[in-house]
Ligand binder design. Structure first.
Ligand code: URA
Length: 210
């Protein structure tokens, strides 16, 4: 599928399998979510441009260092489950600013609408990394990308731990410029909108509201 990056790394696959186990505790699930988020942030920043700069080395000589060039990031957790990935991504990008989006379903149109959003002031100049553990129908992801684009954001990536093919298609059709990074492309959505095999309700497992 276009614009989909499946992170087929042994650590990622190992940790994801631990999360899928029925007896995975809240503590373990939360820890693994952040560990995976860290590894996914590593992968999603692979194309960031880098430049050389002069600096003083430990011997007192000028040596060349490398730094990320002209990239500022806003991390965009989708409430509630996206919060579970926030610490992990911030570990890798400690100076990133956070924009938050909360969505709920409009009972008439059945479309997700924002009940809360707070974007950093210069969001249009930043790379946005949207975080949400589960890409199911894709409705919330598309709505979040719509919101970011309405604020002028041009460089957007989505980090999801598990994706359903249905959701990937919806996001790709609406926003083919947005790359989705995921640890797994699972089989399908069931009749209740859960990803199969999936993880169950990721928000409940992260927050312990099971
Ligand atoms: N949200 C979840 O938490 N799990 C799913 O399987 C689908 C949506």
């Amino acid at each position: 599928m276009s614009n989909l990056c499946i992170i087929d790394h042994p650590l990622v696959q190992h940790k994801l399998s631990l999360m899928r186990q029925q007896d995975c505790s809240t503590y373990k699930f939360r820890t693994l979510t952040n560990e995976l988020a860290r590894l996914m942030a590593y992968e999603a920043t692979r194309d960031f441009p880098i430049e050389d700069y002069d600096m003083m080395g430990w011997e007192g000589n000028i040596i060349q260092g490398k730094q990320i060039k002209g990239k500022t990031v806003t991390i965009v957790p989708i409430l509630r489950a996206g919060i579970g990935m926030l610490d992990g991504v911030m570990d890798m990008l400690p100076t990133a600013k956070i924009s938050v989006v909360g969505l709920q379903r409009d009972e008439e149109t059945l479309q997700p609408v924002s009940y809360f959003d707070k974007f950093v002031p210069n969001v249009s100049e930043r790379t946005a990394l949207i975080i949400d553990p589960m890409l199911a129908t894709g409705g919330s992801m598309v709505a979040t990308i719509d919101l970011l684009k309405s604020k002028g954001c041009k460089d957007i990536k989505a980090l999801v731990i598990v994706a359903a093919p249905e959701g990937v298609k919806v996001v790709n059709d609406a926003h083919p410029d947005v790359t989705i990074y995921t640890a797994a492309l699972d089989s399908h959505l069931n009749e209740n909108g859960y990803i199969i095999p999936g993880l169950g309700d990721a928000g409940d497992k992260i927050f312990g509201t099971v």
